[in-house]
Design a protein around this ligand. Structure first.
Ligand SMILES: [Zn+2]
Length: 290
């Protein structure tokens, strides 16, 4: 959906949901959305999205009007955390950090068994913690430099792959670059699985940076579990192993010795499952108020 303007993006989203509503049998009570955006829950506004044109949009109200159903909206990282907490890798875990490695990096926090959103709902932006003050400019609308997102997202992985391919032209990665192939996460992962050392080095570098970020979250939140999801996690243990090593080197005891760092159970469905949980919670809260 990148490259679209705001009205076209809203139209695409509303049309996709309407199609589902039309083809679903049975009654639909509400619609939940997880969007990659910073949200002000006081007004239900998407204030800014780093990677999408969703600036100052009353997303929930607009969708409720178009769909004529109750609508609940939260950040994509928050709903992914809800999905893993309710039905995925972190069932029964009340202190959990969720990291979603995709185009950007989504973050979600379950603290004391509850989703932690910050004062007005725009917190838990774990991808925008700086891990290198001299690092590259962050993506899209983020004014910072060297954010975790700028260093370890799928976008950063593709950038590093270009670099490694150009300095190691005889590697499989180098050949892929020469053949004009797009050096994205799935291709780099495939080449690494096949044993190409340049591709393996790229994934190890991203995994180490992931570990640098997790070490800080471990020190700050003392989570029982860190769940890592998103498209880049196609690389699985090739990413998590260097990340765990880095956490052991950098984080403080006793937190570092009492945390598990695991792959998310939900892939692309994390947003859907979490948004459904969000809508159920929202309806239940409304019932209580009545
Ligand atoms: Zn940033």
């Amino acid at each position: 959906m990148r490259g679209q303007d705001t009205p076209a993006l809203l139209e695409t989203i509303a049309a996709a949901v309407q199609e589902l509503v039309n083809t679903t049998q049975g009654e639909i009570a509400a619609v939940g959305f997880g969007i990659p955006s910073l949200i002000d829950r006081r007004s239900g506004t998407s204030v800014v999205a780093v990677n999408l044109p969703l600036t100052d949009i009353r997303f929930g109200a607009l969708m409720a009007e178009r769909l004529d159903l109750p609508v609940f909206v939260d950040n994509d990282g928050n709903v992914a955390a809800l999905a893993e907490h309710r039905a995925g890798a972190a069932r029964g875990v009340d202190h959990m950090v969720l990291i979603g490695l995709g185009t950007g990096i989504a973050g979600g926090l379950i603290l004391n068994g509850e989703l932690y959103r910050g004062w007005i709902g725009s917190g838990a932006e774990l991808g925008h913690m700086v891990i290198d003050i001299n690092g590259p400019p962050c993506q899209g609308n983020c004014p910072n430099h060297g954010c975790f997102e700028a260093m370890a997202s799928g976008t950063a992985l593709a950038r590093e792959a270009q670099l490694f391919a150009s300095v190691q032209p005889e590697s499989a990665l180098g050949h892929a670059l020469r053949d004009g192939r797009e050096l994205d996460g799935p291709l780099v992962t495939e080449l690494a699985h096949d044993g190409d050392s340049a591709a393996r080095d790229v994934i190890q570098l991203i995994g180490e940076r992931l570990g640098v970020a997790i070490a800080s979250y471990v020190n700050i939140f003392n989570p029982e579990m860190v769940v890592v999801g998103g498209g880049v996690m196609g690389a699985g243990e090739m990413l998590l192993e260097p990340a765990r090593r880095e956490v052991l080197k950098r984080a403080l005891p006793p937190s570092r010795d009492n945390v598990s760092i695991v792959a998310a159970e939900f892939g692309h469905e994390a947003g859907m499952v979490g948004a459904a949980a969000l809508a159920l919670d929202g309806l239940a809260a409304r019932q209580e108020q009545l």
